[in-house]
Write a protein that binds this ligand. Structure first.
Ligand code: AMP
Ligand code: MG
Length: 324
């Protein structure tokens, strides 16, 4: 059935609200606002607050839903985290414009506790690219709706993204065969479409800033093999998908740094659909479609290749040759 108009509006409103919260917070983090999770990745007050705000907005507008969110309210339960928890509550209260108690905020975060095994669920990365967020660079709020393993709606908030029109901050929405974006404070969305350079040599590759998330040495070999002459564009988060969708880049390579790593669904669902609805193609490094029917991770996939669609098969072949 795809997303209803009601779900579309709720998702856009939720991502906009979280984007405002994050934009207001970036650059103002103080000691104690950041925690290192069990998997060694950073999380900040804004990650938790953004998840609370998105879940609260969806709950108010849609009632019951299943949502797989990156953040776990349990990380805030411990009394050792009282300062962090207070910081989260303050950010949420400011964003919704009224006071709210910690219990309610933790309950909202807890709405993201689904496991991704039902026929219809949302997935949310409240701050994708937390390392970029903390560094003052790029990050994204990524929300997607998945039906029978297929993404049917993708919303990407990119509050710090520089736009072609000179403004900063964008919201991309993909659904029903098209992708649109709002740039800066404009009220009129623009259509988003991939740009296809005439030759592979002019195609620009984008990849993670973090070499621990995608293998830079291998991507350099792939770029060379494809005869690409343009330097790679390194940018954090699902802003890479946005870059391909609107023609800032032609190819996004995410090359496994470890044989046992499985990508998380919230790191890809919204972005993948933004690229596809903008006219591009997305597969894993073997050329297989991303399969969202296996819970919190893409258990059946390895890495990701997203392209403007023109040279996808050539890129998959070059990746296969280099990774072999
Ligand atoms: P990026 O900003 O594209 O580098 O991606 C950020 C995301 O990388 C985070 O949301 C993590 O979930 C994810 N991540 C963490 N470790 C790895 C890894 N070893 N391989 C791929 N992705 C990872
Ligand atoms: Mg992420």
């Amino acid at each position: 059935m795809g997303a209803t108009e009601h779900e579309y509006a709720a998702a856009v409103a939720a991502v906009r609200s979280a984007s405002l919260l994050c934009d207001r917070t970036q650059g103002r983090l103080v000691a104690g606002d950041t925690l290192t999770k069990g998997d060694d990745s950073p999380v900040t007050v804004a990650d938790f607050a953004a998840q609370a705000v998105v879940c609260a907005e969806l709950a108010e507008r849609l009632g019951r839903f299943d949502l797989v969110g990156e953040e776990d309210a349990a990380d805030l339960h411990d009394d050792a985290q009282v300062a962090l928890r207070d910081g989260v509550v303050e950010l949420v209260a400011h964003q919704i414009g009224r006071s709210v108690d910690a219990r309610t905020v933790l309950d909202w975060i807890g709405l993201g506790g689904a496991d991704g095994t039902t026929d219809r669920y949302w997935t949310l990365d409240p701050i994708d690219g937390t390392k970029g967020f903390v560094r003052g660079d790029q990050y994204a709020i990524a929300l997607a709706l998945i039906e029978h393993g297929e993404v049917v709606l993708g919303v990407l908030g990119c509050p710090n993204l520089p736009n072609p029109d000179g403004s900063r901050g964008a919201v991309f929405v993909a659904a029903d065969g098209r992708c649109i974006a709002w740039y800066g404070a404009t009220t009129d969305p623009v259509p988003v479409h991939v740009a296809r350079p005439g030759s592979l040599s002019a195609a620009r590759v984008c990849e993670s800033v973090e070499s621990g998330h995608s293998d830079h040495d291998q991507s350099a070999r792939i770029v060379e093999r494809l005869g690409i002459e343009v330097d790679p564009y390194r940018i954090d988060s699902q802003c890479k998908y946005a870059a391909v969708a609107r023609g800032d880049a032609s190819i996004y390579l995410r090359l496994p740094t470890r044989a046992d790593y499985r990508e998380k669904i919230w790191d890809h669902a919204a972005g993948k659909f933004v690229v596809e609805q903008a006219g591009g193609r997305v597969t894993d490094v073997t050329g297989a479609p991303l399969d969202f029917r296996h819970g919190r991770r893409l258990e059946q996939n390895r890495g990701v290749i997203a392209t403007d669609g023109a040279f996808h098969d050539e890129v998959v072949a070059a990746v296969a040759a280099v990774l072999a």
